[in-house]
Design a protein around this ligand. Structure first.
Ligand code: NAP
Ligand code: F7E
Length: 361
């Protein structure tokens, strides 16, 4: 990587370090010279796969060499662990990325979703206030385009009214508001990044982008028969997660605490994503039929490769989101064109083709 080290001596705490964004942010901050701390929650299986390349590295490194990533057991639903970790780390920057981030699953666990996505951010902010770190510690809160919900306004920007339509989005709205409130009430440098969907080769496999790229790779290599999806008409503004974590960092380096939309400004449907991903995997796909009967067909063989399964429908779904990156472009120097939708799908399919080829997926 060509990033210049600019932050020697700074300490960051990433809550949600094991997730897609937490892992890319760790890479970025370490490259910039930060000492990075992360919160590791308990799981029944190992959950450090996305950070093993940094974490295991530090464990096996010669003890005389410097370590850059330190993990602390804790959970954002547990105030005492937040207090303990923040007190011992004394971070200059906290990135609260911890989230029950699966919109569909939030309908099944609405109360738990509120614990993590609504009260979680409040516990972090309260810990800063109780520990008297208001002047030292800056906070980034992972807010989301889901806040706009089923909006009639296109594109969405920082002034677009919220209309959240899932337990996940409603809980995130509390997180957004409490962050703004603590900024105004206690002068904490606390900001919301209203990030539109961002994907990568590290994206969880139950999000639609990764489900599609992995299935395309498996179907192309004869390891899977069909792909079952829900709402093919849904449109999202999909960007590359690696680019988006840089904006999180930029928001905390800005001279005043402000909220920003981060988006590419272009949206595509789930159907378009399928066509492109399968094309990257060497399959020319066309869609036929309507509604529940719509199918994706391999043009060359006539085989049905994609079908609609109502199991993946949501009680309410956001039909279309597209963000305006103008404020971030003008103030943070954000380049919304850095990785195009086509490049993103290429990166993801290439990665998944390799994983399938090597028997890893
Ligand atoms: P992700 O891959 O699902 O990662 C979520 C992280 O939160 C994981 O490290 C997870 O730990 C951790 N976590 C979950 N519950 C926790 C708890 N109770 N205590 C502590 N940690 C907990 O999500 P992501 O894509 O990286 O997104 C990061 C954040 O940005 C999320 O809050 C998400 O809602 C928000 N966001 C994401 C997008 C997007 O398109 N990716 C867009 C806007 C906003 P485990 O690894 O143990 O599960
Ligand atoms: O769904 C449709 C689905 O689950 C996108 C989270 O990171 O981004 C993410 O939330 C669209 C929806 O992401 C399937 O109905 C069709 O309309 O990939 P997704 P999401 O719900 O937009 C936002 C910004 C966040 O903040 C969240 O934390 O795709 N869709 N068929 C499907 N979705 C899934 N998962 N699976 C399907 O089979």
């Amino acid at each position: 990587m060509s990033l210049v080290k600019t932050a020697m001596g700074k300490v960051a705490l990433i809550i949600g370090v094991t997730g897609q964004d937490g892992s890319f942010l760790s890479d970025l901050l370490i490259e910039k010279g930060y000492e990075v701390h992360g919160v590791l929650r308990r799981a029944s299986t190992f959950n450090t796969e996305r950070i093993d390349h940094i974490y295991l590295d530090s464990l096996v490194r010669d003890m005389k060499q410097e370590r850059h990533l330190f993990l602390h057991p804790g959970d954002v639903t547990d105030s005492s662990s937040m207090l303990r970790i923040i007190q011992s780390v004394q971070p200059d920057e906290i990135y609260n990325l911890a989230g029950m981030s699966n919109t569909r699953f939030s309908f099944h666990v609405p109360e738990y979703t509120a614990e993590v996505d609504a009260l979680g951010p409040m516990r972090v902010l309260e810990a800063i206030r109780i520990l008297g770190l208001q002047e030292k510690t800056k906070v980034y809160q992972a807010s989301t385009s889901e806040l706009f919900g089923d909006t009639p306004i296109f594109p969405q920007n920082e002034n677009t009214p919220f209309n959240p339509c899932s337990p996940h989005a409603i809980a995130k709205q509390f997180g957004f508001c409490i962050t703004k409130n603590y900024r105004e009430s206690y002068k904490i440098f606390a900001v919301n990044g209203i990030l539109f969907n961002h994907e990568s080769e590290r994206r969880g496999e139950n999000f639609v982008s990764r489900k599609i790229t992995l299935s395309a790779a498996r179907i192309a290599q004869g390891k899977q028969e069909k792909l079952y999806l829900g709402n093919l008409n849904a449109e999202r503004d999909w960007g590359y997660a690696k680019d988006y974590v840089e904006c999180m960092w930029r928001m905390l380096q800005h001279n005043k605490p402000e909220d920003f939309v981060i988006a590419t400004g272009v949206s595509h449907s789930v159907r378009e994503l399928c066509k492109l991903a399968f094309e990257e995997a060497g399959i020319d796909l066309e869609f036929e039929g309507d509604g529940m009967d719509e199918v994706g067909i391999d043009v060359k063989t006539g085989r049905i490769l994609i079908e609609v399964d109502p199991m993946y429908f949501r009680p309410t779904d956001v039909q279309k989101l597209v963000g305006s990156p103008m404020k971030a472009k003008n103030i943070l120097g954000w380049n919304p064109d850095k990785t195009s939708f086509q490049q993103l799908v290429h990166i993801m399919v290439k990665n998944d083709m390799e994983l399938v080829k090597n028997g890893k997926k």
